[in-house]
Ligand binder design. Structure first.
Ligand code: AMP
Length: 191
């Protein structure tokens, strides 16, 4: 299987590039943010509790997101592989993902980290906020909160994957198609 983590801060282009990658490589897209927003839209108990945290840019508990991913992985095993987008975001999530994949006799193939500077991220999130309807995209203080969470809890995972020899860093600034090509080169090299 081809199991890719598309890694990066808010606004790095994970959603945009995931959509292109799943088409080219016939992968299943697993975005914990999208799954949580579907729960919010359906007004489930989980969605109602998650919304309060999401609107503030705070992470939802590891147990909840790991449970969601576990269910989705089991449902889609047997396919060509997965793109994980916005997951894992903490060390316990990364460790649980490795364990889950091992129980299915597979593993992470590589982690592709999109590198974008904070000024550009803020610009992109501000633009997205005008059309996404996402409360967390519309407030500067929430953007900074999300960046703090990313820098403190998520960014250290680069070290986790680097130690496993699985981290590939890709420049995430420029034309969408050029970034896509750069990602494909890394995938084709390592696959
Ligand atoms: P995203 O769409 O990936 O930017 O996620 C939006 C929000 O959903 C985040 O700010 C968190 O509140 C929540 N969320 C998404 N993925 C995760 C995750 N893997 N762990 C914890 N919270 C998450």
């Amino acid at each position: 299987m081809l199991n890719i983590i598309l890694f990066g801060p808010p606004g790095a282009g994970k959603g945009t590039q995931s959509a292109k990658l799943i088409e080219k490589y016939s992968l299943v897209h697993l975005s914990t943010g999208d799954i949580l927003r579907a729960e919010v839209a359906a007004q489930t108990e989980l969605g109602k509790a998650a919304k309060i945290l999401m609107d503030k840019g705070i992470l939802v508990s590891d147990d909840i997101v790991i449970g969601m991913i576990d269910a989705k992985i089991s449902k889609h095993m047997g396919g060509k592989g997965f793109i994980f987008d916005g997951f894992p975001r903490t060390l316990p999530q990364a460790e649980s993902l490795d364990k889950l994949l091992t129980t299915h006799s597979t593993s992470i193939t590589m982690t592709l980290a999109l590198e974008v500077d904070e000024k550009e991220l803020f610009h992109r999130i501000s633009l997205r906020g005008k059309s996404s309807g996402r409360a967390d995209d519309q407030d500067e203080a929430t953007f900074h909160k999300r960046m703090n969470v990313y820098n403190n809890e998520t960014s250290p995972l680069k070290n986790y994957y680097s130690k496993q020899g699985k981290l590939k860093q890709v420049k995430g600034i420029g034309e969408v198609d050029d970034i896509f090509k750069a990602l494909c080169i890394e995938i084709d090299k390592g696959n």
